[in-house]
Write a protein that binds this ligand. Structure first.
Ligand code: ZN
Ligand code: ZN
Length: 105
C-alpha cells in the first residue's frame, strides 16, 4: 500500500501505475506490483467465523466454577457479535448441569 507524497491519499494501482485523485502518479516496478499483490493476499485472508451448534459440537473445555451446581468442568465458545467493532463474547457452559453464562472477559 502506498500513499501520495503530495496529499497523503491512498494510491490506487491502475495499469502498472499508481494514481492519486490529486493528479500525482507514479509508474510501478515489477517489485512494487508484487508487493502490492502480496499485501492484498495477506490483508484479505478468508475470514470465516466459526458458527457452532452449541449443543452437539466438541467444544474446548475449561476449568470453571459453576454458580449453580459447583461443577468445575465447562465448555466455552466465542460468538462474534454482528458489529465487527465489538469484541467477541465468550460463553461458558457447565458440563455438569448445562448452566450457561457469559464469560466476564
Ligand atoms: Zn495526492
Ligand atoms: Zn453447573
Amino acid at each position: 500500500m502506498e500513499f501520495c507524497p503530495d496529499c497523503g491519499a491512498m494510491l490506487m494501482p491502475s495499469n502498472g501505475k499508481v494514481k492519486c485523485r490529486c493528479g500525482y502518479e507514479k509508474s510501478l516496478t515489477n517489485d512494487d506490483i508484487e508487493e502490492q499483490y502480496h499485501m492484498e493476499g495477506e490483508k484479505n485472508p478468508e475470514m470465516k467465523v466459526i458458527v457452532t451448534d452449541k449443543n452437539n459440537v466438541a467444544l474446548p473445555t475449561t476449568t470453571i466454577t459453576c454458580y449453580k451446581c459447583g461443577g468445575t468442568k465447562g465448555y466455552w465458545w466465542t460468538v462474534q457479535t454482528r458489529s465487527a467493532d465489538e469484541a467477541p463474547t465468550n460463553f461458558i457452559r457447565c458440563a455438569n448441569c448445562g448452566n450457561t453464562w457469559r464469560s466476564s472477559n
